[in-house]
Design a protein around this ligand. Structure first.
Ligand SMILES: Cc1cc2nc3c(=O)[nH]c(=O)nc-3n(C[C@H](O)[C@H](O)[C@H](O)COP(=O)(O)OP(=O)(O)OC[C@H]3O[C@@H](n4cnc5c(N)ncnc54)[C@H](O)[C@@H]3O)c2cc1C
Length: 340
């Protein structure tokens, strides 16, 4: 059913903020808006907790952007990094300092959503947003946005925050432009205690055979998250890299519990962050560090800024872009210095 055909019964109330997507960006936006006293509805197409293809690496800026009182559900603390180049020239560097933390996304994301709910945000799961409309018969006035759900239900909001990930429909509405698209492939491999012990507190970063590609092993207790990433369009070679990587590590004999892939998209410098009363944040805005493809810190920070209403006008949007831009351009030089 189109929004034009939907009945008045579908329209129940006007929310201050509707947030689309309950990943770190959406949960963070919903939390910030609820804390600011807004009536917030958080919409998520999946049922929670949901799996998300991700290494689950939590760097210092991610930790620093968490809501007050949030206990990070760390699965491991990284004190050593092994570097290699396509399996060769292996070197391990150790540190007494914790370099970064590792979490499981279903658990972490669920906990963030619960924080937003405790702050007053309402959650609806299992609902897919089809589109937003800022003009037309579904929109009662210029201060209101219509959020059209799959199935035709229409919700009304004063502002919409698009946090619907890298294939964002809200991003398409805003006109987000991307510069770099990559394909990440990952397997979650349950391992016996002896193997888990070998990886405890240590990650592996392997520079891959294709330009811009790399692979990783992130240990999470009894499971290793093993993944690779490379430019989109090299699907077969990326898959081969993952297979060879897993084989080289002696992990081919262990059956993965999950095997998945996901695209990452990095924004172009002149990509918009808002259109009218609709804002985007996190992956939906293409806010991702282009080398590591680290995105949780950007999702948390840009979500918080979007939810607290500190964007929208051109001046505020510029400030937001500056605050949310990739950390490699301003991080300190030593790896791990960001955690302190
Ligand atoms: C292989 C890989 C490894 C990565 N490793 C790391 C890492 O170690 N550390 C790190 O910081 N970053 C990592 N990233 C990046 C990180 O996963 C993302 O940047 C992060 O998830 C962005 O959060 P988000 O909330 O913007 O989007 P998401 O986490 O993708 O959440 C978007 C949510 O929106 C929902 N949604 C989508 N469409 C709709 C719709 N139409 N209606 C309703 N709901 C919808 C989805 O179901 C989802 O729950 C990795 C990415 C990949 C691909």
């Amino acid at each position: 059913m189109s929004s034009e055909n939907s009945s008045a019964d579908d329209v129940r109330q006007v929310w201050d903020v509707v947030v689309v997507g309950a990943g770190p960006a959406g949960a963070s936006a919903a939390y910030a808006a609820a804390v600011a006293g807004r009536r917030v509805l958080l919409l998520e197409k999946a049922e929670l907790p949901r799996y998300k293809t991700c290494g689950g690496g939590i760097i210092g800026p991610s930790r620093d952007a968490l809501p007050p009182g949030f206990e990070l559900p760390l699965r491991d603390r990284v004190h050593a990094v092994t570097f290699s180049h396509n399996g060769r020239f292996t070197r391990t560097r150790r540190s007494k300092q914790m370099l970064f933390g590792l979490i499981n996304r279903p658990e972490f994301d669920q906990q963030l959503v619960e924080h937003a709910q405790k702050a007053g945000a309402e959650l609806r799961t299992g609902v897919t947003v089809q589109r937003v409309e800022q003009h037309g018969s579904a929109v009662p006035d210029r201060r209101t946005v219509a959020v059209v759900l799959q199935g035709g239900e229409v919700l009304l909001a004063r502002a919409v925050v698009g946090a619907d990930g890298s294939a964002s429909r809200i991003g398409a509405h805003v006109g987000v432009k991307v510069d770099q698209v990559d394909l990440g492939l990952e397997v979650e491999i349950p391992v016996p205690d002896t193997v888990a012990e070998d990886w405890k507190g240590r990650v592996l970063i392997d520079w891959g055979p294709m330009p811009g590609s790399y692979g990783w092993v992130f240990p999470k207790g009894d499971t290793l998250t093993v993944g690779v990433i490379s430019a989109r369009g090299e699907g077969a070679a990326t898959k081969r890299y993952l297979e060879e990587f897993v084989g080289r590590l002696g992990l081919a004999g262990f059956e993965p519990s999950i095997s998945s892939g996901h695209l990452t998209r990095c924004r172009a410098d002149d990509s918009p962050l808002s259109r009218g009363r609709v804002l985007v944040c996190g992956d939906a805005a293409g806010l991702l560090e282009p080398w590591t493809r680290e995105g949780i810190s950007f999702a948390l920070r840009s979500g918080r800024l979007a939810g607290s209403g500190r964007c929208g006008s051109p001046r505020r949007t510029t400030r937001w872009t500056r605050a949310a831009r990739p950390s490699t351009t301003r991080s300190r030089s030593r790896p791990g210095s960001e955690w302190r």
